[in-house]
Design a protein around this ligand. Sequence first.
Ligand SMILES: [Zn+2]
Ligand SMILES: [Zn+2]
Length: 287
Amino acid sequence: MTTAQAPSAAITRVYPNYVTILLFSLVTCGALVGVPAFGYWYGYSWLDWAMFGALYVVTGLGITVGYHRLLSHRSFDCPALVKAGFLVAGGWALENSALKWAADHIRHHANCDREADPYNARRGFWHSHCGWLFVRDTHADEKYATRLKQDPLVMWQHRHYLAIVLSGLALTFAAGFLYNGWIGGLGCFLLAGVGRTFAVLNSTFCINSICHLWGRQPHGRADSSRDSWWVSLLTFGEGYHNYHHTYQSDYRNGPRWYNFDPSKWLIFTLSKLGLASSLRTTPSAGA
Ligand SMILES: [Zn+2]
Ligand SMILES: [Zn+2]
């Protein structure tokens, strides 16, 4: 290769991440084909739906409160046991370890809309939604993980990430098996394990895609972030993304009392129970 060819090769590089492509193909096929097919042939019990709902809430809040507002933005403090709970709940969402997730997210805020933004929305809906996961990241920078690596609980979760993921899936099978044997186990695994994982993954992806492409920008136009109240309904309050990008250390994403932000409500409730402290707000936001 000549030296003249090197720069264009660097710009157009696409290195597929085959492991992630395979994993997401399995989850997507399982959710879109396996879940309805099993429902058609065998049906789902009330337990399957209850586990789906409970794990959607638990793993979703593990990401929004644990991975995002606690570890990425340090918008509040909490005891080690509470943090460990969020790390397990977030791990069950199959969105990578908190170390990787939060380092990517800190880089997103530091480089929003630029080439080093891992889910740069200027590259379109597909890339920012999930396409960014399917190519190897050539802009990863260890400096965004430096602070996280000093947290022993974050490193504990990183080391045991696979076991945590498998424990979440095993929980769904065990609950269904105890209720209705092998068929019950498979049904609960499909709906509350695979189907719920697909649903939570895509709700998180909507923040990176929809909330950087469509919606209002009442708090600032420094980057492409936007507020979308209806995305908040799916993501426990994370749809108020323009506010979040403007005041990113605020423990609230929807600052007003009528904003649907269950993550904010959980953090506030934990603080009243003595399980969270140092809640950070932004008085200048006028909220
Ligand atoms: Zn963003
Ligand atoms: Zn953020």
